[in-house]
Each structure stands twice: as structure tokens, then as C-alpha cells.
Ligand binder design. Structure first.
Ligand code: ADP
Ligand code: MG
Length: 352
């Protein structure tokens, strides 16, 4: 892709920083009333509204968080926005603006950054957020991309991590483990490609899980659904590192325990078949895999009627008193302590 000599390559030096920023951002519009001034001055200007503002930021580093040998730049741009919007939605807020900061080495031509910004533009359009600024600089090696996202929420609607109470139901959106298994497939194809560059991988049986890895979607729809159902989560977090560590975060912040039922964990059939193929335990993949960007939240028991049967939501457990600990209740009805990595027998002793 990047190395393709047939493609047009315009070196970044030819444009200069101002030309580059203007070129990349010329088609972005401002759609939110709170965006008073976007790109083009020393700072963006936002209207402070009747809402509370939420703000979150993430830094993605080439070779650490993404691998451009299988991550198309358009997808990278899209995903960099998604991981931030996911954090905004995890506060039960509406995402409104982003900034994008980039460091790129001169190995990237303008066309590569155009692709990256195509992905960013698509994310802004699909999720109705305004790009209001950023920063652009060079790097010695590789690419860094940092996105900051802002959102708005009514103070009473904010869902912190610390609001879960004993007997609250633990609920997750969508299904889990797909992004991790997609990564396994992509890593395997990369190794095959290294040995035989002419091989044409057939990824079609894996399209769902590969898409979960390369084009995750933040769950804006779930925040809207909960508002429609008039359910306010007592606590909420997004699943970036795996179900287990996110449950531990909610439990610890809230000062409660948790029982998670193995047989309730939602898994797509393609995740189950990929786990069989890779000889991995699907429960462990869901618990430790990460990057699913689903929402994990707790609701009061009395809200069960409002959420039950919704195809987007699965009740996977309930919260307990803190002294009962956080456990996985297996299919065989054994209780195993959860750890940040999954469960106890697989953990190394470094973490709690
Ligand atoms: P300054 O020198 O004051 O940092 P810049 O020249 O970096 O200003 O930025 C000029 C304008 O372009 C600012 O509004 C800034 O937010 C915006 N901008 C810079 N880089 C990016 C980028 N990568 N994406 C979006 N907007 C950017
Ligand atoms: Mg700058």
C-alpha cells in the first residue's frame, strides 16, 4: 500500500505545514452550535452550554498500537476517532468535537495523510462530531496520532465508574472477543505474506472479526438507546482492555464485588469458530482480548424489564458486596476469581 510505487507520491516538504493542514482539513464542516470557531486560529472557541463537558484523549503510536502492514491508513484514522468517542459514550455523553494531532516521518507522502483524513472525515460524518483543530509536526521515525474528544451531557445523566451497588445487574452491549480474534487472523496472514508475498489471503470467512479489529464502531447507539428506554446506568465503562479488567475497574471504583456468568458472555459464532481454529479458549479471549469498544454498565434490578430481550444488550452477571470478591461463575458452576488478565490460573503474579 504505502510501498506501492505505482501510486502518486507528493512529498510533504513540497506543501509546507500550512498548506498541508489546509489541504487535509478543507472539507470539514462545523455542525454543532457549540463549535464557535474551529480550525484556523490560535485556538478553537466553544460555547459553554447548559451541559457539562466531558473530555478525553488517546495517543496511538506506530509499532505499539497499530501496524501499518495490515492497517490501512483510512481505517487507522477512523479507529483513532472511535477509541476516543467510545470513552465519551462510556460517560453516557454525546460526542460533539475532536482535535487530531499528528507526528509523521517523511516516509509518508501526502496521499497517505489524505487516506488517514478520509477515515477521520468518515468518522466525523457518521458520528456527527466536528473536527475543530489539532497540531501537525514531523517525527524521526513512524507515525503518532493523538485524538482528543469532547462531549456534552446533562449532569444527572453522567455515568461514572463508581456508581455500581450490590444487586445491580451487569450488562454488556454487542459481543466480545471479535477484535482480538481478528488480530490473530491478521497477524497470521502477515507471517504468511512474509514467506510468500504472492499469496492472496482469503479473509472472507473472517470478515466479521477482521472488521471488528480494523473498523471498530463506538456505541453511540447504545447511549441513545438507554436514553430512549429511560435507563440510566449506575456505572459505565467501555471495553478497551477486555471484559475482565473492565469489570475489575467498575468493582474497585464502586467498592462492590461481582459475579459474572460464563454462559452469558455474548460471543459471535465466527469468534467461537476462530477460537477453535486457533486453539484458544473463547471465554479467556472475551475476558482478556480487548479492543471490542463495547459498553459495560450496571443497572438497577428494577430496570430489568426495560432492557430484557433487547438484541443489543446482554445481562452477564450482577454486583455483590465487596467482600464477596469478583468471580467468574463457570458453565460447570465453579467460582473462579477474576484478574485483570482473565482469571486466576492464567495470571502472572505481577498484577492484582
Ligand atoms: P499553532 O502554530 O498556533 O500551533 P498551527 O499552525 O499548528 O497553529 O495550526 C493552525 C490551525 O490548524 C489551528 O486551528 C490548528 O488547530 C489546526 N490544525 C493543525 N494541525 C491540525 C491537524 N493535524 N488536524 C486538524 N487541525 C489541525
Ligand atoms: Mg501547532
Amino acid at each position: 500500500m504505502l510501498e506501492d510505487k505505482e501510486q502518486k507520491r507528493t512529498s510533504l516538504e513540497r506543501l509546507g505545514e500550512f498548506g498541508l493542514i489546509e489541504h487535509l482539513t478543507q472539507n470539514f464542516e462545523l455542525n454543532h452550535a457549540s463549535s464557535i470557531k474551529g480550525i484556523g486560529d490560535d485556538a478553537a472557541v466553544l460555547d459553554s452550554t447548559e451541559y457539562k463537558t466531558v473530555l478525553t484523549t488517546d495517543l496511538l503510536v506506530e509499532g505499539v498500537h497499530f501496524d501499518l502492514s495490515y492497517m490501512p491508513l483510512k481505517h487507522l484514522g477512523y479507529k483513532a476517532v472511535m477509541v476516543n468517542l467510545s470513552d465519551v459514550y462510556a460517560m453516557n455523553a454525546k460526542a460533539t468535537q475532536i482535535t487530531v494531532s499528528l507526528a509523521v516521518s517523511n516516509r509518508f507522502p501526502l496521499e497517505a495523510l489524505e487516506e488517514l483524513y478520509d477515515g477521520i472525515a468518515l468518522a466525523c460524518k457518521m458520528y456527527n462530531v466536528d473536527l475543530i483543530g489539532g497540531d501537525t509536526t514531523s517525527s524521526q521515525k513512524g507515525m503518532l496520532i493523538s485524538v482528543t474528544a469532547l462531549g456534552q451531557v446533562n449532569e444527572e445523566q453522567i455515568s461514572y465508574r463508581n456508581g455500581a451497588r450490590p444487586n445491580d445487574l451487569l450488562v454488556v452491549s454487542g459481543d466480545l472477543g471479535g477484535a482480538y480474534m481478528g488480530l490473530q487472523v491478521l497477524e497470521r496472514e502477515k507471517e504468511v505474506y512474509k514467506v510468500n508475498p504472492n499469496s492472496q489471503p482469503d479473509l472472507s470467512p473472517y470478515s466479521y472479526i477482521v472488521e471488528r479489529q480494523l473498523k471498530p464502531e463506538a456505541r453511540k447507539d447504545i447511549v441513545e438507546l438507554l436514553a430512549k428506554l429511560e435507563v440510566k446506568p449506575t456505572s459505565m465503562i467501555d471495553i478497551s482492555d477486555g471484559l475482565s479488567s473492565e469489570i475489575m475497574h467498575l468493582s474497585k471504583s464502586s467498592g462492590v464485588g461481582c459475579n459474572l456468568f460464563e454462559d452469558k458472555i455474548p460471543l459471535d459464532p465466527t469468534v467461537i469458530s476462530a477460537c477453535e481454529e486457533f486453539k484458544m479458549d473463547s471465554t479467556l479471549v472475551a475476558l482478556s482480548g480487548g479492543e471490542d469498544y463495547e459498553l459495560l454498565f450496571t443497572v438497577k434490578q428494577e430496570d430489568y424489564e426495560k432492557i430484557k430481550g433487547n438484541p443489543n444488550l446482554t445481562v452477564i452477571g450482577y454486583m455483590t458486596e465487596a467482600n464477596e470478591g469478583t468471580h467468574l461463575v463457570t458453565r460447570g458452576n465453579h467460582k473462579i476469581p477474576l484478574t485483570a488478565q482473565g482469571w486466576n490460573s492464567f495470571s502472572n503474579s505481577e498484577e492484582e
